[in-house]
Design a protein around this ligand. Structure first.
Ligand code: GLU
Length: 392
């Protein structure tokens, strides 16, 4: 197939932007949809899974951290129960998901283990990500898994939530996960080549977009309009790309049926559609922090900590904190002020106010013994800090 591009971007511009976006990928979220995973209702397509896993293992060897979001639980459950077709009833679908999830994670575990890579099952709901404390817990667990070199395999917890069964086939969940882990890129593998200007199944003249701006409003209408109630489909994928872009993550939507698709995409081959986010993740995050005018509390920090933040771009450690003002929960936005009360930075504190009071002045290695656990070595990680432009 010849590569078609949007009117706004020439093929060479697309290629350049790909190179730029792909060169900086260190942390990647890959989402694989049900249609791809389950071979025409005949259960999990293990040969296809083995091929994707092999590619993912190569990407890991290139130093890319991977987080996998996979659907396919409902479809596999339907097959395991010998049902002639997918049930209509929501509780039956949820039960199928619970059954099929067993096979799904087992298949991934086997394929990855074949290459000596451990996997971990993580089941999430949107509520888990909306609630601050759960969000932080999920984030911390995923970080720990990453630091151990384990690949998380994430699905929606369909027993307690039905959002993705009804609408998204995990597209939205994948975008949330990309935000959660500050991914540099989200790849959505599907059974289509990418995003077309019209439905390619109905119109042979439909053009594939090589590259679009993720926040371009006109894409939603092209992808099928808001009223369309399909599981998955292009509409929820475009929505997911928009959501990911809000935290600075670009999205690639491409066909999982192309050979070596993941390796080729990551090598910046112009395949599928790249939804470009306007900003990079860290910039988006810091802007979001900077825009916070109301702070749940204040940390008074000493001159050494001010210098660490301003001059060395460091994290805020407990040892540099003199006083904790106000009441705040872990993960809330707090201001850091110097001993004269001047604001130095704004950031997300890993501990609540009571805990912060208990550990202030202590070196990081004493946090666990003092609190009985340690959520993190630092009070505020440097990625979660916006440092005010310094005086002079
Ligand atoms: N989380 C579900 C799954 O993995 C969503 C897909 C569906 O509704 O079929 O199966």
């Amino acid at each position: 197939m010849t590569m078609r591009t949007t009117a706004m971007s020439s093929p060479s511009m697309c290629a350049e932007e790909r190179e730029r976006q792909l060169a900086r990928v260190r942390r990647l979220v890959i989402k694989i949809g049900s249609a791809l995973l389950t071979a025409d209702g005949r259960g999990l397509d293990r040969a296809a899974m083995a091929a994707w896993v092999q590619q993912m293992v190569s990407l890991r060897q290139q130093g890319i951290e991977l987080i996998l979001v996979s659907s396919g639980a409902v479809a596999e459950g339907v097959v395991r129960m010998g049902m002639p077709q997918r049930p209509q009833d929501m509780h039956a679908l949820q039960a199928c998901a619970a059954i099929g999830q067993m096979g799904l994670v087992q298949a991934y575990a086997d394929h990855f283990l074949h290459h000596g890579v451990q996997t971990a099952q993580v089941l999430l709901t949107h509520d888990d990500l909306r609630q601050r404390q759960r969000y932080l817990n999920a984030r911390q667990t995923l970080r720990t898994l990453a630091s151990w070199g384990v690949v998380p395999v994430i699905n929606e917890n369909d027993t307690v939530a039905t959002d993705e069964i009804r609408l998204g086939d995990n597209d939205t969940l994948a975008a949330w996960v990309a935000q959660l882990v500050d991914a540099d890129l989200l790849v959505i593998l599907t059974d289509q080549e990418g995003m077309f200007d019209r439905d390619p199944r109905q119109d042979a003249q439909a053009r594939l977009f090589a590259q679009v701006r993720a926040l371009d409003e006109s894409l939603l209408a092209m992808a099928g309009g808001g009223g369309r109630l399909g599981r998955g489909g292009m509409y929820t994928k475009v929505k997911a790309a928009r959501l990911a872009a809000q935290s600075g993550t670009s999205t690639l939507i491409a066909s999982g049926r192309q050979p070596d698709i993941l390796l080729r995409l990551l090598a910046a081959e112009v395949l599928g559609t790249l939804f470009v986010a306007d900003q990079e993740p860290l910039v988006a995050r810091k802007q979001w922090l900077a825009a916070h005018l109301q702070h749940a509390g204040r940390l008074v920090i000493d001159a050494g900590a001010v210098a660490a933040l301003r001059e060395r771009g460091g994290s805020l450690l407990a040892v540099g904190v003199r006083a904790v003002e106000g009441e705040f929960k872990a993960g809330e936005v707090v201001a850091c002020v110097d001993e004269q009360g001047l604001r130095v930075a704004v950031g997300l504190c890993n501990y609540n106010a009571t805990e912060a009071r208990q550990v202030l002045g202590l070196s990081s290695d004493r946090i666990a013994a003092t609190l009985g656990y340690a959520a993190a070595g630092e009070l505020i990680h440097r990625d979660n800090l916006f440092v005010e432009p310094g005086p002079g």
